[in-house]
Write a protein that binds this ligand. Structure first.
Ligand code: SF4
Length: 385
C-alpha cells in the first residue's frame, strides 16, 4: 500500500511512473485512504495534458428498440415493460439544432442495436444534414451497438466521426455470464468491431460496467489494461444499476453496495486518466444517478466530458437502461448554466463552442499518417476505409 501511495505522489509531482497490474488491483481494493493520492495524481495528469477544460456532448436517444438481450439492460429485447419508440429524423434534427444554438458542438446519437436498412439510411441522412449545416464545426458521435464493417464505413462516410461501443467487461467468461449464449452476444465479435473502428479512422470510444455481480478487482484491472491495449480515444464507465426487468437483478445481492460501485467507478476513472492522459473520459449519467455529486466527483477523479441530454422528454422517460435514471426537466440553457456552476465548484471550466477532440486521437492519427482530428471524417480517412 505504501508503495502505491508513493507512486501516486510521484505521478502527481510530474514523474514518469508506470502502474503495474498489482498497483491497479491495490488501488481498487484499498481502503478510502487511497482516494486522496489517487485523485490528486489523476487531476495533476489531466491538468498537465489537457488543462481544466470540460467538454460538452449533447445526447439524443434516437431509439430505445434493440435486437439484443443483455442481462443488465432495461432496454433488452425481451423486456415487455418498455414503450418502444424511434424518433423521426426531423425530431432528431430539431433536438440537435436546439443544442447547436445553446453552444454544443459535439452530439451523441444513441440507440439500441438496430440493423434494419431503413434505420441506417435515416441515420446517414441525419449525419449528412449535420455536415451540410455545420460543416467541420461539430463532431457526430454514434453509439448504436455492434454493426457490420460495411455499415460502419457508410456511417463514417456520411459524417460520423466518433463511435462509442462499450466492451462492458474484458473478461470473456464474465461477458458470457451477463449475456445470453445465443450466437449474437459474442465477446469476440464486439472486440472485432472495436478494432475495426479503431483502424478505420473513427475516434474510438469504449468503456466497462463497474460493480456488477461476480466482478472482481482483478477483472476491473484487466479492463483497464484492455482499454490501454485497444488504445481508445474516449471512455465512458458507469456503475451497474439494477433494473427489475433484467435477469441480473435476480442476483443483485452478489453485487457490491451502491456506494461501493460509485467508489469503484471513480477509482477506475482516475486510474484510466493516469494510464491514458490524453483521452476524453465522460462523467456518465449512471454515476450521477447513484450519487447527486456524481458529476463533480467524476471531474475530480479525472473526467473531462459532461453530457446534457437533448432527447425530448416524452421519449427520454422511456430510455431506461437502468432504474432511477436521472431525468432532468430543466431546459437546456439552465442545464448548461448549472453544469458550468458545478464545474467551477471543482475548479474546472466548461467549454461551450468546442467540439473537444481528444489530444490522443490527433496524435495517433498523425503517427498513422492521417490528418490529426478536426477535419470531417470524409476528408480524414483518405484511402484507409
Ligand atoms: S446494452 Fe445495448 S445492446 Fe444490450 S440490450 Fe441494452 S441497448 Fe441493447
Amino acid at each position: 500500500m505504501r508503495l502505491l501511495e508513493e507512486k501516486l505522489d510521484d505521478i502527481a509531482s510530474g514523474h514518469e511512473v508506470s502502474l503495474e497490474r498489482r498497483d491497479l488491483v491495490d488501488a481498487l481494493e484499498s481502503g478510502p485512504g487511497v482516494e486522496g493520492p489517487l485523485f490528486r495524481a489523476a487531476s495533476a495528469v489531466l491538468e498537465r495534458t489537457s488543462g481544466p477544460g470540460v467538454y460538452l456532448r449533447g445526447i439524443v436517444e434516437v431509439s430505445n428498440a434493440c435486437q439484443k438481450n443483455c442481462f443488465y439492460c432495461g432496454l433488452r429485447r425481451d423486456n415487455p415493460g418498455v414503450a418502444r419508440y424511434t424518433m423521426n429524423p426531423q425530431e432528431v434534427m430539431e433536438a440537435l439544432a436546439h443544442g447547436w444554438r445553446a453552444g454544443l458542438r459535439s452530439f451523441l446519437l444513441q440507440s439500441g442495436e438496430l440493423l434494419g436498412d431503413d434505420y441506417i439510411d435515416e441515420v446517414c441522412a441525419i449525419l449528412s444534414e449535420c455536415r451540410s449545416r455545420w460543416g467541420d464545426s461539430v463532431r457526430m458521435v454514434l453509439s448504436m451497438g455492434e454493426l457490420p464493417p460495411d455499415v460502419l464505413d457508410r456511417l463514417r462516410d456520411a459524417g460520423g466521426g466518433r463511435y462509442l461501443l462499450r466492451i462492458e467487461t474484458s473478461d470473456r467468461e464474465l461477458y458470457g455470464r451477463i449475456h445470453p449464449r445465443d450466437g449474437i452476444h459474442r465477446w469476440s465479435a464486439r472486440d472485432a468491431c472495436l478494432r475495426h473502428l479503431r483502424s478505420t479512422g473513427w475516434q474510438t470510444g469504449s468503456g466497462v460496467l463497474v460493480g456488477f455481480p461476480w466482478q472482481t478487482a482483478s477483472e476491473l484491472a484487466g479492463d483497464l489494461e484492455y482499454l490501454v491495449d485497444l488504445d481508445i480515444d474516449m471512455c465512458g464507465m458507469g456503475p451497474w444499476i439494477e433494473h427489475q426487468g433484467t435477469p441480473l437483478n435476480e442476483v443483485r445481492e452478489q453485487a457490491p453496495p451502491r456506494a461501493r460501485r460509485v467508489t469503484l467507478t471513480l477509482r477506475m476513472i482516475a486510474l484510466l486518466r493516469i494510464l491514458m492522459p490524453e483521452i476524453n473520459i465522460s462523467a456518465t449519467t449512471a454515476l450521477q444517478t447513484l450519487d447527486p455529486r456524481g458529476l463533480e466527483k467524476g471531474l475530480e477523479a479525472g473526467a473531462n466530458v459532461f453530457m446534457p441530454n437533448l432527447t425530448p422528454l416524452k421519449y427520454r422517460v422511456n430510455y431506461n437502461l437502468y432504474e432511477g435514471k436521472t431525468v432532468v426537466v430543466d431546459d437546456l440553457e439552465s442545464m448548461i448554466r448549472e453544469g458550468k456552476r458545478r464545474c467551477e465548484s471543482v475548479r474546472r471550466l466548461l467549454l461551450p463552442d468546442d467540439p473537444g477532440d481528444p489530444l490522443h486521437y490527433g496524435r495517433r492519427r498523425a503517427a498513422e499518417g492521417g490528418k490529426p482530428g478536426g477535419a470531417p471524417p470524409g476528408d480524414r480517412i483518405g484511402g484507409q476505409g
